[in-house]
Design a protein around this ligand. Structure first.
Ligand code: HEM
Length: 128
């Protein structure tokens, strides 16, 4: 097994990750019913995002946390959903890659997920 080195590797990763997400009914409905994603448009955006995060190239500059706060307005993104998301993400990495970038991308995913969850939690507190 190799490390994550380039966009081709990132494509493989997000492709396998979304197969897992979409095959798991406990989270798939967010992508098929709450927001109807078009996979062929969505996956290249994810590659750009991770290329930016991991290699500092790709040119993704949108506020990904705000985007998920907007999704959360439509459907509560619970701690359980984040747990499932991270589980599938980490498995997709571990099944395909080994090395420093593989560790780095899992750490980054966890830290972004943590920020998202804190903000979602704070928004809920503000409303009550
Ligand atoms: C409960 C966990 C999560 C769920 C259910 C979820 C769901 C979604 C959905 C439905 C979209 C499509 C939004 C749209 O096109 O309007 C999306 C986009 C995206 N998500 Fe997540 N997400 C989760 C966590 C994360 C985390 C932790 C990250 C980053 C580490 C992430 C990164 C992204 C990126 C980069 C996009 C593309 C944004 C864009 O179109 O510019 N997501 N997510």
């Amino acid at each position: 097994m190799n490390d994550i080195e380039n966009n081709e590797d990132l494509y493989k990763l997000v492709d396998e990750f979304y197969i897992k997400l979409l095959n798991d009914p406990s989270i798939a409905y967010i992508f098929t019913e709450v927001i109807k994603i078009k996979l062929e448009e969505h996956l290249p955006i994810l590659v750009t995002f991770w290329s930016q995060a991991l290699f500092n190239k790709g040119g993704y500059h949108k506020n990904v946390t705000q985007l998920h706060l907007d999704i959360n307005e439509k459907e509560y993104l619970s701690p359980e959903l984040f747990k499932i998301w991270l589980h599938h993400f980490n498995e997709s990495v571990d099944e395909n890659f080994i090395g420093l970038n593989a560790e780095k991308i899992k750490t980054q995913a966890l830290s972004i997920a943590t920020v998202m969850q804190i903000k979602i939690h704070n928004e809920r507190k503000d409303k009550n």
